[in-house]
Design a protein around this ligand. Sequence first.
Ligand SMILES: [Zn+2]
Length: 865
Amino acid sequence: MKKTKILLAALILLLLPSFLASQTPPEDFLGHKVGADRKLADYGQIQEYFAKLDAESEKMKVLTIGETTLGKPMILAVITSEENMASLEKYTQITKRLRDARGLTPQDAKELAKQGKAVLMITCSLHATEIAASQMAMELAYLLVTGQTPFDAEKALSDVIVLLSPTINPDGQQMVTDWYRKYVGTKYEGGSMPWLYHHYAGHDNNRDWFMFNLKETRAVTKVLYHDWIPQIHIDEHQMGSTGARLFVPPFMDPPVPTVHPLLWRGVALCGTNMAYDLQKNGFSGVVHGRSYTGWWIGACDDTSWLHNTIGLLSEMASVRVATPIYIDPTELPQSYVEKRMEFPDPWPGGWWRLRDIVDYELTLSLSLVETAYQHKEDLLFNFYKMCKEAIEIRPEGQPFAFVVPQKQLDYPTALRMLDILIMGGVEVHQAKEDFIADGKFYPAGSFVVLMSQPYRPYAQALLEKQEYPDMRQYPGGPPVPPYDNAGWTLPLQMGVTCDRIDHSFQTALEKLETVEFPQISAPDESAPYYVLDSRHNASHAVVFALMKGNAEIYRSHNPIEGDRYNAAAGSFIVKNSAGVLKLLPALVQKWHVQAYSLDDASGIEKSRLTNNRVGLYQSWRSNMDEGWTRYVLDDLEIPYTTLHNKDFKGEKDKKVDLKESYDVIVFASEDADMIINGKPSPSSPYARYFRGANIPPEYEGGIGKEGVEALKAFVEGGGILVTLNDACGLAFKEFDVPAQNALERVSRTEFFCPTSILRLKVDNQTPIGYGMPKEAGAMFSRSLAIRTRVPSGEWDRKVVASYPEEDVLMSGWLLGEDVIARNAAVVDVSHKKGHIILIGIRCQHRAQSHGTYKFLLNALLYPEN
Ligand SMILES: [Zn+2]
């Protein structure tokens, strides 16, 4: 008996390698070749295939790293040698030790680099329509575990741990696949979806890598900067169809200044190796050094630079999702026809297919595995070196620290900012005693972000003001626009006081693992009224929640001075009731705001809030600003109804009465022609993004003339129409508002301001300005300078916020300050019984600019006249 058992075991052992050698190729699993014309694997299939390979190979393990917004598991494959697989914890500990270089000598670091393994992270198809990489990932995993690579995979995987995410936007991948499959073989094949390819963010999900609004971003960030800390990270994308076939780094100017030069060299090394390997294998049309800058835009791959990780971007020429396209050689732009040093082998034109993209991406991904293998020790040691210099060397003129004082206009938002910093891997401390820094007194409890820390480039880039270099096409000529943001300074966006400290100081500090929100004392049950300070964004959330319970709430016209508090103008006065007592104690704990007691409200000038019913327009043009607006409302648990074109149109002979169902209607930033007609006017800068031809008829058009008429009646009848940024055009075009956009016909040489933070002067004694500081930073992104005029008839206007006379730029880049100075940014226009609130800046920009949320929140809570 015993003998048979041993024999059996031996037999199994003998058979084991051949069992394991039989990994299923993706084409056998899918029933078609990866990247075949008009064939896509959806997220469910990708997940299933990854699980299969995991079961079939000892070299691959699939982890779940989080959950998507819509509840799908986010998977990550770990691919490495069997030996490494058994000691993953040991290797991540080595990398963590190398990052925190304090007390680690170069000799020790060298030794650790020898023992450690290089970690390469490959993230795919963040932008879900750029779908090829999600397909490619299956074949890449298969080639790696079966050793079908241009190098000795056995050896390479003994020194490299590959982390492969087939898509970091699984919800979007599924949506795009479903849409594509629905219309394949029809005239709508390969066309755009009428909605965003993520529940909230669409293409902007690549601008969330410091704010971490999205669950997907948070899951990947944890892998990148907390759990695995790769030395190389590539994010694989696609771009337009007619330029280069592929972009790989190096990037073009300008570089973000806080990044270590060695990092840029590492980027160039990996980029050049990819280009070399592609060329070697006959892949033409590879470009570097164009289009994509080294200026941080908050994107996934470039956030890695700021964490001393070699962050790489690949951008393949697109097909129509999975449908091949033919590009006539004459359709290639001249700059992609001529040979250049950064583009030595132009692609000749012809057919271009999904499989072509897969082939390029397989080659460049495998090239990175080889580079990581060849340079393993060097990569680990240099990671240590960059982190060590970040800790030890403070370059001339650079800050010593940033201090976030406890005294804040909106303390919960300040804490939220610190929480976001910690999520991004920043070390945040709290002072245990009073101290003086740069001549200013700070009490114990103040928060300190020392620049001496491994991720200094990141911490500094987020906290300091950006000065984008004045780049022109030729001296005195038009500006060279940045790829995206020129400025993003987090404290300015969030309205948080944060002081830059240039001189070193010493004080007792405690490092925070998490941010503790203060305990909020329970509201005094016997108080006749409660006061919630209008300066806290969270107060608005509490008010919305109380209104669901039909509470009686007012806004004070003036500041309220209580026994132990001062509340700003516009603060909320909540009348105590059984219903309020049921909700309020839990709400103040949840939102971290104090409900102050008030004995008597009779002497306070105030207006009653009605339980405004909010509608938010959603076009069929996948408008990202609408998605972010929805995000902000959901985040603050503000109830709203999404409105579509049909909701602005009546049935048969009956006109629609919007006022019957809504008190406030919000239009997120969108071109007026898009809102009205569903397509931009041909002269609009958006016209080039519009691919309207492939839209099924049920998604054509806009709210139409009928909708505009319904909106007019809505405003006249007492409704509040809120137009955000571009949508102000709707008011200028269709209503006789006493205002216009001063930037409408201004050339780029006269005025240019790529996404930057501008200074606003705010009237915070008026309903739309309530709770704002007198001076605030506002995100300007294709925004407006509103010139009001003396009104006539039944119109009136109140300027709520305007650009100052000078010193308008706070962070980023601004040319032509004179053009914008003294113009309005936010205007409350009244007409008959209603209002049109023109918000000419991005007050809820990508759910990042918490400092100006109040313009929108106040509009939603517009009190009774
Ligand atoms: Zn992309």
